[in-house]
Design a binder for this molecule. Structure first.
Ligand code: ZN
Length: 371
């Protein structure tokens, strides 16, 4: 429950809109533990009905032990401040009877995001499992303060979701299969009127956020993030920009938009070459035996050319995977005949598909002008 309070936390107007105008401070609604032995404070603000901005401190009452364990920076800051309020410590400012450490540089909202994860790491894990990343402001605050207060642990659940993005071809294919299966399950559950947990698709950050976070924390996923965007069919791509939920495309930096457009041109060119590469005449085998001239193999190639490779697509890897499925199972004609490759042709086409996939995957950094 507390995770929802934090992650849907809109501090400026919602919870405090009805505070009296003369408010001078407030206690954080979830991070003020009466049993805490130290108080931190940071500044927050709200706008009064007449437009004036009111800035005031928000207080967080914490356990010193949690702060010291969670951050060497806090440990150092708290070291000169005594454990108990006493006359001996009269130089130390007190709040509510315990030592008070004002943090001048942090905003109360950022501090709340960070402290919440520090005190209740399981809430962030659970939130990501059910909803995806917290909002951009909160994610940024967690990372920024994690760096400032030297705590790598709080970043981990966020990085783990980002690092689920594939970095190898095998991982990519598995990932796409999982996304498809999860979307299908989600779709069929919602058709039956049942609600299900959001699918991985919905939990992943939008590509503009993924790209920005990847640049900062895991650059190895960047080519796959670009490819995820670029493989989207054009009609959706155009429609998406009109959807309020998908305005992230506009959020891409201009140079990334250019990379994406150029990359899509290159993927389309690759896609148009596939039919010739995959279905080229069979090579003469090494032992000088004649290449396959079996008419059935030729008829099957014609059929594949007119089905799997008939439409060019930006999703070159998807076309290759689908064609692999089609040629594996053969084709049943109207008169009941099942067209299939001879073993030699099957081997050769299978090999070419695998080789093309690897070539295109390895080419992604060039395709998107990243190399
Ligand atoms: Zn053959």
């Amino acid at each position: 429950m507390s995770s929802l309070i934090l992650y849907q936390y809109t501090p400026i107007t919602q919870p405090y809109g009805q505070l009296p105008a003369n408010v001078s401070h407030e206690l954080h609604p979830t991070l003020y533990d009466p049993t805490g032995d130290v108080v931190l404070s940071a500044s927050t603000h709200r706008t009064l009905p007449d437009g004036t901005k009111l800035e005031y401190p928000q207080y967080f009452r914490m356990h010193r032990e949690t702060l010291v364990k969670g951050s060497p920076v806090f440990a150092e800051m708290l070291a000169p401040i005594g454990h108990r309020a006493s006359s001996r410590l009269s130089r130390v400012a007190l709040f509510d009877g315990v030592p008070h450490l004002p943090l001048q540089e942090d905003s109360a909202e950022d501090l709340a995001s960070f402290l919440h994860v520090l005190c209740h790491p399981e809430d962030l894990v659970q939130f990501i499992e059910t909803h995806g990343l917290p909002g951009p402001a909160q994610t940024d605050a967690i990372f920024r303060l994690a760096d400032k207060y030297k705590n790598e642990e709080v970043k981990k659940p966020i990085l783990e979701l980002l690092k689920s993005w594939p970095t190898t071809l095998d991982a990519w294919e598995q990932w796409v299969a999982e996304l498809d299966a999860a979307s299908f399950q989600h779709f069929s559950a919602s058709r039956r009127g049942k609600s299900s947990a959001p699918s991985l698709n919905e939990r992943l950050p939008s590509p503009d956020r993924a790209l920005r976070l990847a640049r900062l924390y895991c650059p190895e996923i960047i080519p796959a993030v670009f490819y995820s965007i670029a493989r989207t069919p054009t009609n959706q791509y155009v429609a998406w920009t009109k959807e309020p939920k998908l305005h992230w495309l506009d959020n891409l930096e201009l140079k990334d938009q250019k990379r994406l457009l150029k990359g899509r041109e290159r993927l389309m060119a690759e896609s148009e070459k596939l039919v010739d590469v995959i279905l080229a005449p069979p090579r003469v085998p090494d032992d000088n035996a004649a290449a396959c001239e079996r008419p059935e193999c030729e008829r099957f190639k014609d059929w594949l050319a007119n089905t799997a490779f008939t439409q060019s697509s930006h999703d070159v890897l998807g076309v290759l995977s689908r064609s692999a499925v089609l040629f594996q199972y053969g084709r049943r004609t109207d008169d009941g005949e099942c067209l299939q490759f001879c073993p030699a042709c099957r081997r050769e086409v299978w090999y070419r598909i695998g080789k093309e996939k690897r070539r295109v995957w390895n080419l992604l950094p060039k395709i998107f002008s990243l190399a």
